[in-house]
Design a binder for this molecule. Sequence first.
Ligand SMILES: *Cc1c(COP(=O)(O)O)cnc(C)c1O
Length: 470
Amino acid sequence: MLDDMLDYVEHIRQRPVWQPIPDEIRAPFHEALPDQGQALSEVHQIFMTSVLPYAVGNVHPGFMGWVHGGGTAVGMAAEILSAGLNANLGGRNQMPVEVERQIVRWMRELFRFPDTASGVFVTGTSMANLMSVLVARTVCLGKTIRQQGLQSHQAKLVAYTSAAAHGCIAQAMDLSGLGTAALRRIPVNQQHQINIHALQLAIAADRAAGLQPFFIAGTAGTVDVGAIDDLNALSEIAQSESMWFHVDGAYGALGMLSPDIAPKLTGIERADSIAFDFHKWGQVQYDAGFLLVRDAAQHMDAFAAPVAYLSREARGLAGGSPWPCDFGPDLSRGFRALKTWFTIKVYGTEKLGRIISNTCQLARYLETQIRLHPELELLAPVALNIVCFRYRSDNADQLNKEIVADLHESGIAVPSMTTIDGKLAIRTAIFNHRTNQQDMDALVSAVLHIGTNTGANRRAQPAKIHPQTE
Ligand SMILES: *Cc1c(COP(=O)(O)O)cnc(C)c1O
């Protein structure tokens, strides 16, 4: 199994990024619950023929869709160790928890947070953002809100984020019981950053209406274009309005590892909490989300639950309080910290930072290639590692949709799509450390080729008859 996966990673370029799943591959997965076991070698074979070739493809350097990390062989090997140990990181007096605590200390250092800051691994930033809303709610309304619930409360809390924020911020408002109607989605400026003036007006209007502004979520690296909000300005507003300042840094926050990206994140060190993922720019295997909170006491106030079977002792295995389960809703938790710890220790922050810089450099290279080809049009400024563009046409939305689907099915490259100012864009998000200039060239030439030969384009612009074909 290990050999197969090392081969998979080593020879990934020889595979299509993605390929459609044939019906005969899917069909056996509808078989009933097996009452008898089967040889491990047979089950392994099913994995090799029916699962491995039909994954999303984010290990492949041609994968540039959505925001997916590529993982590393080091992280994979660390996963074997943590699976063998089968540690439950809910708490107790064990070194695996100490490994997680070291990551917490490292993240305090990276984000220049105080020694009183806490952190915890979670599935991903969606969960971490939800938890930040819960911490902010408890700080704002007091710990009794956990017993009494929002229904008992008179205050009408309101939160703010930008129109370019990830959908999980609204989901966090939904799941926390505050409701999405209590989230103001503030318009963005030309750089796709939250419009600070509009934010101030919205807060003032809500206060005038008797509502209680309590939470600002800035974004460090928007999903659409990679924009970073003015975090210093947000911090100042939050401070003067006595609001919680959270940063959704899902992918962008780890830009702190890169000397050329870190200055763009200035102000992040002033946040009350930061949510981010090691599984994106950090190259760590899925899943490895993280929540960092400036004040550990506030963090614990939102989640810690004193129950008898989780009682803490001064000695023995029930020692070592506080435990990770005091900092979030999970009790049983896997050893996400280990693959992260291995990745950081084996590569070091300099190399991880260089990988991050390199993805931004590739984005700038792609930008120059787009500018060189008059058929192509850049649709948003390239702030970090995300490039949004399209093939020009009278029927551009339809054509570019077809280009993206054709690209996926070609196996050459997998970008995703988004809408920028009402225009459908081919969105290229470069996260994988394996991606290089060759992959950018292959993408551009495939887009040009498909664009000139695709039905939607031919219908929109009747082909000029070439003299030699007459
Ligand atoms: C990816 C992403 C999320 C969601 O994170 P998950 O790890 O997928 O839960 C939230 N916000 C931004 C800006 C993202 O890029």
